[in-house]
Design a protein around this ligand. Structure first.
Ligand code: UN1
Length: 507
């Protein structure tokens, strides 16, 4: 109900619980024991996954290593054509991917549509950059009689370790960036979402990406992830997930005997929104609720801490609580649903325990009540928790939990410094009608993405390059002009072009 009929029919037609996400190496599927993949909204089996074993990982690394040089030499335009073809195929088959985003990742239809759109955007954006920066040499100045050029090449074999919260967009974003820059890629999807990732790999192979430069290796972090990040023959890892896992990957890379590897990590956040007394209450309510609770708060960009100036706090908090009361929590396949499930039972239990502790301390000040969800699903109602001070938020709670604290006029800098002191640095929202205040906050905040008078989620590829600093990641920003370069080696070529030859430096 609520979903446009033709779209609903297309999504239903694409559903097939017989899907198996088996490892793919050299274009061939590996065998093994199949485990069920479940729909977080209902507990129903969506398909199965086969974990890659150690031999499969080794075979994938060896094949990738052998084929990477030719892929890099083929040039940016050659690679771009294949990524653009994959983007076309993804648009043609959107129903399949929408269905998998809903059934496997528990995305609402609105989020699923944004997910597919973002994946298409990543493919096209990185393809365009491969054409521009990786096809022709960059000419550099030099003395008369000398030609100086800089070329970009793939680094080698890259590992992509992706999150379940953007199982298609971030998965394809990492994989397509590494491929576009001329690397071979070993893709390990999140444990919870192998099916949509598997379908994406099939699409890239169909689009003409050579099977030797792209392997699909599903499995757990402790097994497949550890085997990949500890392998001497890999040159880099693109990772999105928790700060804790990024640290473990960093240690694993550092302990190898292989070449010094690159780590590109996009991790968690303790994202705040600063609201001053000039802000528009309706706008704050709309943007705070969207930022905190869309995708059930399962975005690293999501708002965690609403900081309201004391004189307007009561009104603002009442309005946010009022907007929360209107949210529909339930089956993500229904268009009217605003907030879908938590990804799995373990995550749900952790968030529920956190809320129970806050409730016992008398800190829960609002909770959404429209909770008509399917039995067998893992849900948590959006909840607002009062803090005495902004620094009381110690860690990222990856779910629909919004903390609220107040601040006094005249203490804006102290507030920004306290927010910065968390060590995270991902998104920051500011609501104010004073331009100078917005600019001041943007300048002083130690974050990657600042959002003024709007929500602070849903960064758009090419317009809002996304990524943080400190505990939130390494940069460069995904969907930005410098991301691809981090996956590349630079080579400078200097040629004497005088008739006589000779080298000025020796004279
Ligand atoms: C994440 O949750 O890992 O801005 C990243 C956004 C998304 C990125 C979120 N484009 O919400």
């Amino acid at each position: 109900p609520g979903v446009p009929e033709a779209l609903a029919a297309a999504i239903a037609g694409a559903r097939d619980s017989g899907r198996i996400a088996a490892p793919i190496v050299g274009g061939t599927a590996a065998v093994g024991t199949a485990e069920a993949v479940r729909n977080p909204a209902t507990g129903a089996v969506v398909g199965h996954v086969i974990e890659a074993d150690a031999d499969t990982v080794d075979a994938a690394v060896a094949a990738a290593r052998a084929a990477q040089g030719d892929w890099s030499l083929a040039g940016g335009a050659f690679r771009a054509e294949r990524l653009e073809r994959a983007a076309d195929l993804l648009e043609e088959r959107d129903a399949l991917f929408l269905g998998l985003a809903i059934d496997e990742a528990g995305k609402t239809l609105v989020d699923a549509v944004a997910e597919v759109r973002e994946a298409v955007d990543f493919l096209r954006y990185y393809a365009a950059q491969a054409r521009a920066d990786f096809t022709y040499p960059i000419a550099l100045p030099g003395p008369t009689g000398e030609r100086n050029e800089l070329i970009l090449e793939g680094k080698g074999v890259f590992v992509a370790i992706s999150p379940w919260n953007f199982p298609l967009a971030i998965f394809l974003g990492q994989v397509s960036a590494a491929l576009a820059a001329g690397n071979a890629v070993l893709a390990k999807p999140a444990e919870q979402t192998p099916l949509i990732a598997h379908a994406a790999i099939e699409l890239l192979l169909e689009a003409g990406v050579p099977a030797e430069v792209l392997a699909f290796l599903p499995g757990r972090g402790e097994t497949v992830g550890a085997a990949l990040t500890g392998h001497d023959d890999i040159i880099g890892v693109a990772f999105t997930g928790s700060t804790e896992v990024a640290r473990a990957i960093n240690r694993s890379l550092a302990a190898r005997d292989g070449p010094i590897a690159t780590l590109i990590a996009e991790t968690g956040g303790a994202n705040a929104m600063i609201v001053d007394s000039t802000a528009l209450p309706e706008q704050v309510a709309r943007d705070a609720v969207a930022s905190a609770f869309q995708s059930a708060g399962q975005r690293c960009s999501a708002l965690r801490l609403l900081c309201v100036q004391e004189d307007v706090a009561e009104t603002m908090i009442d309005m946010v609580a009022g907007a929360m009361a209107e949210l529909n929590i339930g089956d993500p396949a229904i268009l009217a649903t605003d907030v879908g499930p938590i990804i799995d039972a373990e995550a749900q239990a952790n968030i529920a325990a956190y809320i129970a502790e806050a409730r016992a301390a008398g800190r829960v000040i609002a909770q959404a009540a429209r909770t008509d969800w399917p039995a067998g699903g893992t849900f948590v109602p959006p909840t607002m928790i009062r803090l005495d001070h902004v620094t009381d938020l110690k860690r990222e709670i990856f779910g629909p939990v919004l903390h609220v604290a107040t601040w006094k006029g005249g203490e804006l800098d102290a507030l920004i410094d306290a927010i910065n002191a968390s060590g995270y640095g991902l998104t920051l929202g500011v609501h104010t009608r004073i331009d100078g205040v917005a600019a001041h906050v943007a300048a002083r905040a130690a974050v990657g993405n600042v959002y003024v008078n709007r929500n602070q989620i849903g960064a758009i590829v090419g317009s809002q390059p996304f990524g943080g600093r400190g505990l939130s990641g390494t940069g460069p920003k995904a969907g930005g002009p410098h991301y691809l370069h981090r996956f590349a080696e630079e080579k400078s070529i200097s040629t004497d072009i005088t008739a006589a030859g000779g080298n000025a430096a020796l004279m």
